[in-house]
Design a protein around this ligand. Structure first.
Ligand code: KIV
Length: 281
């Protein structure tokens, strides 16, 4: 019945509202991977939670997104959906879940809506993905596109580097964005692109462009939650702003707890139940 609740309007952020935000309000988006943080982000008024395949690095400790499986993404997407009251939840389709054929892409995308309760899926790639986007949207699955730096292609690109520095690159990005918009994406992620080129792409398409490392002219921004919260063990990319130092806070809490247990300070009498009185000493 959760789906009916959405149709009746309990979900504040839907695809139509995200699309209508273009030129009206900026969209602050963030990745999420579990119930607790999804609930906090939702309560803070974040309109779109992306269950990114950055899960592979941020949560699972891999060095790329490539090892992330459908099962892992379904598991984490379902947890995020349980925490997201108002936010739109977008599930990232993992490597090889949509590249092999349109029918496999359709079946796997459908699993995110049917089994995990996601509202939409994200796929990486430009104009060459238009046919898949069309098939998904025509069959009731909203799609967030992703162009610029596409991390699932890191081995082809040669790492995680800025994309599109030339006029030709800018024109290709506009062609990709235009083709995906025409195919029916409700918005686009644009990753690691110089700000002037991102502005050019943003102005060229009728759907919101959500930037990551793409400057201030985009219609919205998305950051990996662990980067934003200062929860990583690596130096964050140049475009990240850390809004908290959760790693420091959490480490101090663990160390203080460990010391108090060792010293017999925790648990104090106030952390125990009322004595039963059954044992006479
Ligand atoms: O996987 C992810 O978190 C992403 C964002 C960086 C856009 O694709």
């Amino acid at each position: 019945m959760a789906d009916c609740a959405k149709i009746e309007g309990m979900k504040v952020w839907n695809v139509a509202k995200i699309m209508a935000s273009k030129g009206v309000e900026r969209l602050p988006c963030v990745t999420a991977y579990d119930y607790a943080f999804a609930k906090l982000a939702d309560a803070a008024g974040i309109p779109l939670l992306l269950v990114g395949d950055s899960l592979g690095m941020a949560v699972m400790g891999h060095s790329s997104t490539l090892p992330v499986t459908m099962e892992a993404m379904l598991h984490h997407t379902a947890a995020v959906v349980r925490g997201a009251g108002s936010a739109l939840v977008v599930a990232d389709m993992p490597f090889l879940s949509y590249q092999i054929s349109i029918s496999e892409g359709l079946r796997n995308a459908g699993r995110f809506l049917q089994e995990a309760g996601a509202d939409a899926v994200k796929i990486e790639g430009g104009a060459f993905r238009a046919e898949l986007v069309r098939a998904l949207v025509q069959n009731g699955i909203p799609v967030l596109g992703h162009i610029g730096l596409t991390p699932q292609s890191c081995n082809v690109i040669g790492g995680y580097k800025v994309q599109g520095r030339t006029r030709a690159d800018a024109d290709r990005l506009v062609e990709d964005a235009t083709a995906l918009a025409a195919a029916g994406v409700f918005a686009l992620v644009l990753e690691c692109v110089p700000p002037d080129i991102a502005a050019h792409v943003t102005a060229a398409v009728p759907v919101p462009v959500i930037g990551i490392g793409a400057g201030a002219a985009c219609d919205g921004q998305v950051l990996v939650m662990h980067d934003l919260l200062g929860l990583t063990d690596r130096k964050p990319p140049k475009f990240v702003k850390e809004y908290a130092d959760l790693a420091g806070t959490v480490q101090t809490a663990f160390a203080t707890y460990a010391a108090e247990v060792r010293e017999g300070v925790f648990p104090a009498p106030g952390h125990a139940y009322t004595p039963s009185g059954a044992i006479q000493t």
